[in-house]
Ligand binder design. Structure first.
Ligand code: CA
Ligand code: CA
Length: 304
C-alpha cells in the first residue's frame, strides 16, 4: 500500500472525463488530498466586498485521481481515513442564497474560528462535525459542474461522508477520475443557509476498485449504517428514489418481495435530508448494518 500526496494546485471545477489525471494510483492505495475551501480560499476577511468573489472559482475539487484497473461498470470504494480541518472556516448569507435567500438583502461574510474540535458562532463554541461536500467520479457523458450532485457523486453535501465512512461511487470512465473538495468543519442536515462552515483542509482516503459488488450508487457504509444517496430536481423525487434505491437493492439481495421490503423500510428505515440548497436536492435512506446481517445480506463480502 503506497501513500501518495496531492496538493491543491490540481483543481477542477467540474467532474469530467476530459480532466487530465493529477495523480495515478493503484487499487488499495492511500492518498493525502489537500483541498481549498468552496470559495477557493478567496475570502480571508469579513470586510472584503462580497461582489469581488470570482464565481468561476467556486467548489474546486482536488484531482482527478486515475485509479489503475478501474473500468467502466466497476465501483470505487472510497474509505475516508481522516479529515484534518484548517484553522478557520467561512460562512456566507445573502439574497438568493439558501432557504433564507428571499428574506435577506445584504450579503454577509462570516469567518468562523476552528480550534480544538470546536467552531465559534455567536461567541459560543460548538462541536465540529467535519465532512466532505463534493466527492465524486467523472460521469460518462457531459461534464457535471462541481456545484451539482448526481449519480456520479459530486456536491451531495451529505453529513455521513466523514471519517470512518466508506463511500461507494460508480466507475463511468477508465481510471474513475476521482476528485474531492468542499470540506465543512460543521454542517447540519439541509445546509439551510447554503454554506456549511467552509474550510480548507486535508483528507486521507483509501481507494479500492470493486469488480463485482452489487450496490446502488452513491452508497455509504459506516460502523452503524448502510445508506443509499439520491439527488433529484425536487426533494419529493429524491426522497422517493432514495427509498426505492434501498428497497430494490434489498429485494435483489434477499429475494424477499417488494411489499415486505416496503413494510420493513417503513417500519425501521430512516429517510433523511442531506441538502436542500444545491441545483439538485439530496436525500438519503438509512438502514442499520446489523439488520442486513439478520436478512442474510453479507455486506462485508462486497468489499473484498
Ligand atoms: Ca457543497
Ligand atoms: Ca460547501
Amino acid at each position: 500500500m503506497a501513500l501518495h500526496h496531492l496538493s491543491p494546485t490540481h483543481l477542477v471545477y467540474a467532474m469530467s472525463r476530459e480532466n487530465a489525471p493529477a495523480l495515478t494510483v493503484r487499487s488499495g492505495d492511500t492518498i493525502e488530498i489537500e483541498t481549498a475551501d468552496c470559495f477557493e480560499n478567496q475570502i480571508q476577511s469579513e470586510n472584503q466586498p462580497f461582489v469581488a468573489i470570482n464565481w468561476d472559482h467556486v467548489n474546486p475539487a482536488t484531482g482527478p485521481i486515475y485509479v489503475e484497473g478501474a473500468d467502466p461498470g466497476d465501483l470505487l470504494a472510497v474509505r475516508v481515513e481522516r479529515i484534518e480541518p484548517g484553522d478557520h472556516g467561512v460562512m456566507t448569507t445573502g439574497q438568493g442564497m439558501g432557504v433564507f435567500g428571499d428574506e435577506l438583502e445584504e450579503s454577509t461574510i462570516h469567518l468562523v474560528p476552528i480550534q480544538d474540535g470546536r467552531i465559534e458562532i455567536l461567541g459560543q463554541r460548538w462541536p465540529v462535525n467535519p465532512m466532505i461536500g463534493v466527492i465524486g467520479t467523472a460521469p460518462a457523458g457531459v461534464p457535471v459542474a462541481n456545484g451539482t450532485p448526481g449519480e456520479h457523486g459530486g456536491n451531495m453535501d451529505c453529513k455521513p461522508i466523514t471519517e470512518g465512512a466508506t463511500l461507494v461511487l460508480p466507475v463511468n470512465v477508465p481510471g474513475a477520475l476521482f476528485a474531492l473538495g468542499d470540506l465543512h468543519a460543521a454542517m447540519g442536515d439541509g445546509e439551510v443557509c447554503s454554506t456549511g462552515v467552509e474550510m480548507p483542509g486535508r483528507v486521507t482516503v483509501t481507494l479500492t476498485v470493486l469488480k463485482s459488488a452489487d450496490l446502488p450508487t452513491p452508497f455509504l457504509v459506516d460502523d452503524e449504517l448502510a445508506v443509499a444517496i439520491v439527488s433529484r430536481l425536487t426533494l419529493d423525487e429524491a426522497a422517493a428514489d432514495a427509498a426505492r434505491a434501498m428497497a430494490h437493492w434489498l429485494r435483489r439481495k434477499t429475494g424477499v418481495a417488494l411489499p415486505e421490503i416496503a413494510m420493513l423500510l417503513s417500519a425501521k428505515g430512516d429517510l433523511r435530508i442531506c441538502q436542500v440548497v444545491d441545483p439538485l436536492k439530496t436525500v438519503r435512506m438509512e438502514f442499520k448494518r446489523s439488520w442486513l446481517g439478520e436478512l442474510g445480506v453479507d455486506l462485508e463480502a462486497m468489499f473484498t
